[in-house]
Design a protein around this ligand. Structure first.
Ligand SMILES: NC(=O)c1ccc[n+]([C@@H]2O[C@H](COP(=O)([O-])OP(=O)(O)OC[C@H]3O[C@@H](n4cnc5c(N)ncnc54)[C@H](O)[C@@H]3O)[C@@H](O)[C@H]2O)c1
Length: 242
C-alpha cells in the first residue's frame, strides 16, 4: 500500500493535524478535508465523501463524536487523541458489528512502542524482586488537556498485567501497596517525557522515553492510515506494528 496515494481527511487541525498534513504531502498523499470544529462536518460534506481514510488528533471532548461521524460515513479512522476510552466498549461493538475500521494508539512513536516492550518484560522480571517499588512519572507541556497521559495509562496497564503485586493505578499521593502511582507533571515547553522507575533501598532502575519533537507520532499515524484504509475491524497500533 505504501505506493498508493491516499485522500486523507484530517480531524483536528492543531499542532498534530498540521504536521500530519506536511508529512502526508511529502509522501504523495492528498488532504481532502480539514475538520477543526463540529460545523466543519457539514461545511466539508462533499469533500469528505472523497476521503479514503481519516486521521483524528483533536480533543478528548470531540474525539468520540468524530469517530461516530466516520462510522456513519464508512470512513476508516486512525485515532491519536487520548482520553476518550470511556466510550471504547460501545464504539468497538459498533465498529465490529457494522463492518467499520478503527485503529487507536496511545502513542504512535516507534521509540515509545519499544519502551512498551521493555516495560512489559521488566514488569515480568520484577515479580521475583519484591524489594523494588514501581512508579511512573510523565511530564508534558501545560496545554495538554488530559492527565495522566494516554501513554502513561498504557504503561500502567502493561505493568498491572505483568506484575502480580499491582492491581490498579492512581494519581493520589498516598497509594495503597497494590496501587501503582502515576505522577503527571505539566511544565511549559517540556517535550513529552515518560519514566518508569523501580526504586529499592539499594538502587533505582529507570526506563525512559523523551520525545524531541512530534514527528515520530505523525510518521506512525500516517503509516497506520496506509495500513488500515482497505481493512475492517478494531485495531491497536502497538499490537499491529510491534
Ligand atoms: N497518540 C499519540 O501518539 C499522540 C501524539 C500527540 C498528541 N496526541 C493527542 O492528540 C490530541 C491533539 O493534539 P495536538 O497537540 O494536535 O492538540 P492541539 O490543541 O494543537 O489541536 C487540537 C485541535 O482540535 C481542534 N478541535 C476542537 N474541536 C474539534 C472538533 N469537534 N472536531 C475536530 N477538531 C476539533 C482544535 O480546534 C485544535 O485545532 C491530544 O489529545 C493529544 O494528547 C496523541
Amino acid at each position: 500500500m505504501n505506493n498508493t496515494s491516499l485522500n486523507i481527511a484530517l480531524l483536528g487541525y492543531g499542532k498534530m493535524g498540521k504536521l500530519i498534513e506536511e508529512m502526508s504531502l511529502k509522501k504523495g498523499h492528498r488532504i481532502v478535508a480539514r475538520i477543526d470544529k463540529e460545523e466543519d462536518w457539514l461545511l466539508q460534506a462533499a469533500s469528505l465523501k472523497t476521503a479514503h481514510v481519516a486521521i483524528e488528533f483533536s480533543t478528548p471532548a470531540s474525539a468520540v463524536q468524530n469517530i461516530e461521524h466516520c462510522f456513519e460515513l464508512n470512513l476508516p479512522i486512525i485515532v491519536g487523541t487520548t482520553a476518550w476510552q470511556h466510550d471504547q466498549d460501545r464504539l468497538k461493538q459498533w465498529c465490529i458489528s457494522k463492518g467499520q475500521a478503527l485503529m487507536w494508539g496511545s502513542n504512535f512513536s516507534i521509540g515509545v512502542n519499544l519502551l512498551f516492550k521493555l516495560n512489559q518484560q521488566l514488569a515480568q522480571w520484577m515479580n521475583v524482586y519484591e524489594g523494588y517499588e514501581v512508579s511512573i512519572e510523565e511530564i508534558h507541556h501545560t496545554a495538554k488537556l488530559d492527565a495522566p497521559s494516554g501513554t502513561a495509562v498504557s504503561l500502567a496497564q502493561q505493568i498491572i498485567e505483568n506484575l502480580d503485586r499491582k492491581n490498579q493505578w492512581t494519581l493520589e499521593e498516598n497509594s495503597a501497596p497494590d496501587q501503582l502511582k502515576i505522577e503527571a507533571l505539566r511544565i511549559d515547553a517540556t517535550p513529552g517525557t515518560h519514566h518508569v522507575r523501580y526504586q529499592s533501598e539499594i538502587d533505582d532502575l529507570v526506563i525512559s522515553h523523551i520525545a524531541h519533537n512530534r514527528k515520530g507520532f505523525a510518521i506512525g499515524a500516517i503509516e497506520a492510515a496506509e495500513w488500515i484504509y482497505d481493512k475492517k475491524g478494531w485495531f491497536n497500533f502497538t499490537e499491529v506494528f510491534f
